[in-house]
Design a protein around this ligand. Structure first.
Ligand code: GLP
Length: 263
């Protein structure tokens, strides 16, 4: 079941997503799946702000990062393990040994991928998986064509994704790695709950596909139809391609909703 909320603006999306994560963290020890990209930034800022205002038991949570570039040295500012520490986990005091990323430095990345999935399972599975979506519908680094049941694996990035991510590398597309390790769609579907955030017009096509197309590897985000519990939070711009008459029966479109109050 997918609950798709259309909110007025990116700020409202950030607050509502922070509400959902905050609730899980306040419930005690939990396992979170966290995403990079610019979409989660507002969410992380709001979570850090709340923690500063009134501490939450973040230190007892565990984090599994969705994906990681291959080829960037440890500590590189754009390596996702660095990005996640800077964006959220250092700010809320999660010890680094509780923040996991696929082992892109391993000799055998196939073994490393399987080990990452095993580590997630051993931690009890992901309670809440935060996701963004690429303009081409990718989730994590599962590009169009990725199998809907895959585990953590090595993925080739498309030219479009490398172009989209060049902004994190001073606009230099050549500096963007060509490969990454990513949780597979199968890994993502095993999370207990998924929370997808998307803002801006560039995401309109991917959001429209999610609402109206059955699971197809041509648009990886549509795999979420195979997940039991998905909350999708989008702003008006990302919702601009939605055709209410084409929305699939397993999607509950909520529009408009209250503007969530920041806490
Ligand atoms: C990146 C990440 C994804 C992310 C997506 C969208 O390539 N691997 O996990 O969801 O692209 O990023 P953004 O939120 O910056 O648009």
């Amino acid at each position: 079941m997918i609950e798709l909320h259309v909110l007025p603006d990116p700020e409202s999306v950030g607050l509502a997503a922070a509400d959902a994560i905050d609730e899980v963290v306040r419930g005690g020890p939990c396992v979170l799946g966290l995403a990079t990209g610019s979409s989660p930034d507002r969410v992380y800022d709001e979570l850090a702000r709340r923690h500063l205002a009134q501490p939450r038991p973040w230190a007892s949570s565990r984090v599994f990062i969705l994906d990681e570039y291959v080829g960037l040295p440890a500590g590189h500012p754009e390596r996702y393990a660095t990005v996640i520490r800077r964006a959220i986990t250092d700010r809320v005091g999660i010890p680094s040994e509780r923040v996991h990323a696929p082992d892109v430095d391993a000799d055998d990345l196939v073994v490393a991928g399987a080990r990452y999935d095993a580590d997630i399972a051993a931690a009890g599975g992901v309670d809440l998986q935060l996701l963004g979506v690429g303009a081409n519908g990718h989730i994590a680094f599962n590009e169009p064509g990725a199998p809907l049941d895959g585990g953590t694996h090595l993925a080739q990035l498309t030219a479009r994704t490398r172009q989209d991510n060049a902004r994190f590398f001073d606009g230099d597309v050549q500096a963007v790695p060509r490969t990454a390790m990513t949780q597979g769609i199968g890994t993502i579907l095993r999370s207990r709950r998924a929370l997808l955030v998307a803002t801006g017009e560039a995401k309109a096509e991917a959001v429209a596909a999610l609402a109206s197309r059955d699971a197809t590897s041509a648009v990886p985000v549509t795999a979420l139809h195979r997940h039991d519990s998905v909350l999708v939070l989008v702003d008006e711009a990302a919702a601009s391609g939605l055709d209410a008459s084409a929305v699939l029966p397993d999607v509950r479109l909520v529009r408009p909703t209250r503007v969530p109050a920041g806490r």
